[in-house]
Design a protein around this ligand. Structure first.
Ligand code: SF4
Ligand code: SF4
Length: 319
């Protein structure tokens, strides 16, 4: 599909707006790079609706949602932030969970807009763990029946451009993860790139193929058996409850804002915020140690690695 302009409609459901705040902290590329056309092949992205950072408000803002539903903003990428509630549950009590404006004197829920917009969207991106898998609102006992786009649409759902829902989890999602995924999808819609390869939970592999543990600067200390026994010590934090060995994430290597930060990198345990089960077991209680099986597998690989390294050292080297 050759298109000059691609619109973005960003809806917020059950969330805290943390993923939007995170996106404004992206640096490579930044939100300004994306919206200002700094990346030539990903230029022409127009943010038509965003509850937090758009200029229009009230009726003027709703006009853009209505235009998108009518097809006047095609092609558009639908970005979801926050979980999708079960409005049926709220209805039983005579209320609603998430409301976005009114139509003909009736409240419109987030779910009403989602249904209408999903049919027309060229791609859907779920930003953050709430939008992807339900996240914090979906945590036990989940009183609002919250779910993420992955469960709501299903793994095999396809947009009208043939793209599945792309999930960019994280609590919040890392800003560049969002910016890169949006840029990638725009390039895919324009035919410059194939659709992004996704893992079993629809996370882009170019961001989520490795575990936090594999990207952690403390992994060498883990391999040497040096463990922190209290916070503030500079060693592996497995004993303090770090879930890096079971969470897919590159933040410990990439950092959170402009290369700075990154959970275990700066002395905080990984709580597995990019995973579908978060914030429930096995990621909570957060300070409980990760299941022993992952450490057993790691220890086995470690022994294999040491044998391999030893054999390699004994081998004569030709220069
Ligand atoms: S601090 Fe966590 S992620 Fe880093 S090496 Fe230890 S267990 Fe792995
Ligand atoms: S390191 Fe762990 S807690 Fe930190 S962002 Fe990654 S998955 Fe989330």
């Amino acid at each position: 599909m050759s298109v000059e302009k691609i619109n973005v409609i960003w809806l917020q459901g059950q969330g805290c707006t943390g993923c939007t705040v995170s996106l404004t902290g992206a640096t490579h590329p930044s939100l300004l790079d994306i919206l200002g056309g700094f990346l030539p092949q990903a230029s022409g992205i127009v943010l038509q609706y965003h509850p937090t950072i758009m200029l229009p408000h009230g009726e003027e803002a709703l006009k853009n949602l209505r235009a998108a539903v009518k097809g006047e903003l095609d092609p558009f990428v639908l970005v979801l932030e926050g979980a999708i509630p079960d409005e049926g549950k709220a209805g039983e009590m005579g209320g609603f969970w998430c409301m976005i404006g009114e139509e003909n004197g009736k409240f419109m829920t987030f779910n009403d807009w989602l249904k209408r917009l999903a049919e027309r969207a060229v791609a859907i991106v779920a930003v953050g763990t709430c939008a992807s898998y339900g996240g914090i609102p979906h945590g036990k006992p989940n009183p609002t029946g919250a779910k993420g786009a992955f469960q709501y649409f299903g793994k095999d759902w396809k947009s009208k451009a043939g793209l599945p829902v792309v999930c960019v989890p994280g609590c919040p999602a890392q800003g560049e993860h969002v910016a890169e995924t949006l840029a990638y999808l725009v390039l895919a819609v324009r035919g410059f790139l194939p659709p992004p390869a996704l893992d079993e939970y629809n996370r882009p592999l170019f961001l989520f193929d490795k575990k936090a543990h594999e990207n952690c600067p403390r992994a060498g200390l883990f391999a040497e058996g040096k463990y922190s026994e209290k916070f503030g010590e500079p060693y592996c934090m497995g004993l303090l409850g770090c879930k890096g060995p079971i969470a897919h994430c590159d933040i410990p290597r990439r950092g959170f804002v402009d290369g700075v930060g990154g959970c275990p990198t700066i002395g905080s345990i990984c709580i597995g915020c990019t995973e579908p089960e978060f914030p429930d077991e096995p990621f909570s209680p957060f300070f409980k140690k990760a299941p022993p099986s992952v450490y057993a597998v790691e220890a086995f690989h470690d022994i294999m690695g040491k044998i391999y390294a030893l054999l390699h050292r004994l081998k004569r080297r030709e220069i």
